[in-house]
Every structure is written in structure tokens, then in C-alpha cells.
Write a protein that binds this ligand. Structure first.
Ligand code: ZN
Length: 249
């Protein structure tokens, strides 16, 4: 059954399917709570850094030096909330095509070592085909993949990414929407359950209010899950061509 899943291409018949977990941590760039702890994790994660923040460049350099992936955490318009909450250089739906592309390029220029992009908020922007076509086209020009944080189930990212020919993925689980240790623990149980049925699970957590709790639960569960032969990968590692993975088996 697992071989029929979208991730089945990563397995060979007769081989025990490798279970891959990918952890993405959002909202770097502000030296928010948990930053230090995530940087020092003994496992590699993907670090999403907001552009044009006081610690953007420093956080991206630190993450890269620690062996983590760096991606741009692009502020994008939400259905609710004030636009100025989004932060500088945000993508909003009233911008022209040219301005959207200019802002995406400027954000990529501002985050050293970025190999991909995901959306900060974005429940309005990610359902707008014109906006996403421009965002994804700019990503393509810079060789970046796009991870849809899936803040709106009507997101057009996968469809438009297919048309523009940009590698795209979406996350399966949010780890810390509720900021308590027990709630975050529960999300890790959901991750394990997801991996019983699928070969890959992408989960998103955050630095910020609950950042230190997220980091400590993360460390504990990553250790346990590694003992259970679940492999943690960075997004760029996971997106390497299938043939390379197959030749390693
Ligand atoms: Zn965010």
C-alpha cells in the first residue's frame, strides 16, 4: 500500500520502506525564544528565516554553519489581521506582477544560503493564482523550491508550481499551534501515526512564545524516533533526485 503513496517512488519493492521526517522551524530573524536551542539541535532541520529583520543575516549564517537548511520565510497576506503585522517586504494581493517579483528577489537576496521558500501567514495570497505565479516564477529564476505552509486548504501553490515547474511540497502537521508541552507532545504522536501510513511527514514548528518548549520536545522526540529508524532529513536533501536515493539502496 505504501508503494502507491505519492512518496512511493522513494522505495524499492521488497525493501523496508524508509520513513522520513522533515522538521521545519519558522519565524527566525528576530532572535525569538528557542533560536539558540534549535540552532544547537543534534539533528538537522530546515530553518525558515524572515527577511529584513534585525537578526535575518546572522540567523541564516548560524543555521547554515550548523548544517541546517536555510529557507526564506516570506511574509504573505492573510485573510484576517492587519497588513503591517506581516513585516517588511510582504507579498500582498494588490501589488503589481513586477512588484511581487521584485519583493521576492529582494527577500532572497536578504537571506544568505537560502535554498527554498515557505510562506509566513499567506491564507489570502496562496489562493491567488496571479500572485503565486509571480512568486513561484521568481523562485524558479533563483533555483528555489517552495514549501506551502498550507494556511488555506484552497491553496493553489501545488497547481501553479506544477505549471511553472518549481519543486513544491506542503506540510502535514503543525507542531505548536497550542503552546503547551502536552499539546506539542501530542503533535509528535500524530507525526508517528502519519508515518505508519506514509513514508514522509513534514512538520512545522516555530521559534517565539513557545520556542523553548518546542525545541526541548523536538530534541526528545527526534532522539526517540531516530532509534525507531525514522530518518530526519533537511528539505533540500529530501528533494534530491529520486535516482540518487535509489542508487543508495
Ligand atoms: Zn511564520
Amino acid at each position: 500500500m505504501l508503494l502507491n503513496s505519492p512518496e512511493g517512488a522513494y522505495s524499492l519493492p521488497g525493501q523496508k520502506e524508509q520513513k522520513t521526517a522533515i522538521i521545519v522551524i519558522d519565524d527566525f530573524g528576530n532572535n525569538a525564544r528557542g533560536t539558540q536551542e534549535i540552532m544547537e539541535l543534534p539533528f538537522q532541520v530546515t530553518v525558515a528565516v524572515m527577511p529584513f529583520m534585525p537578526h535575518t543575516v546572522n540567523d541564516a549564517k548560524r543555521a547554515h554553519a550548523a548544517g541546517h537548511d536555510v529557507i526564506v520565510h516570506m511574509p504573505m497576506e492573510a485573510l484576517s489581521g492587519k497588513k503591517h503585522w506581516l513585516g517588511p517586504g510582504a507579498i500582498t494581493t494588490e501589488l503589481t506582477d513586477e512588484e511581487i517579483r521584485r519583493r521576492v528577489h529582494a527577500a532572497i537576496d536578504n537571506v544568505p544560503y537560502a535554498v527554498g521558500m515557505n510562506n509566513h501567514m499567506g491564507s489570502k495570497a496562496t489562493v491567488d493564482p496571479r500572485v503565486m505565479r509571480n512568486v513561484l516564477q521568481a523562485c524558479k529564476e533563483r533555483g528555489l523550491f517552495f514549501l506551502d505552509s498550507h494556511t488555506n486548504y484552497r491553496s493553489v501553490v501545488a497547481k501553479i508550481a506544477g505549471e511553472v515547474n518549481v519543486p513544491s511540497l506542503e506540510n502535514h502537521i503543525f507542531l505548536d499551534d497550542i503552546h503547551t508541552r502536552s499539546a506539542i507532545q501530542k503533535q509528535f504522536m500524530l507525526m508517528r501515526e502519519h508515518l505508519l501510513r506514509h513514508n514522509v511527514c513534514i512538520a512545522i514548528g516555530h521559534v517565539g512564545t513557545a520556542g523553548k518548549i518546542t525545541a526541548s520536545v523536538l530534541k526528545e522526540h527526534m532522539e526517540k524516533m531516530s532509534e525507531e529508524q525514522i530518518v530526519f532529513k533537511r528539505l533540500s536533501e529530501f528533494l534530491k533526485p529520486v535516482n540518487k536515493t535509489m542508487s543508495n539502496l
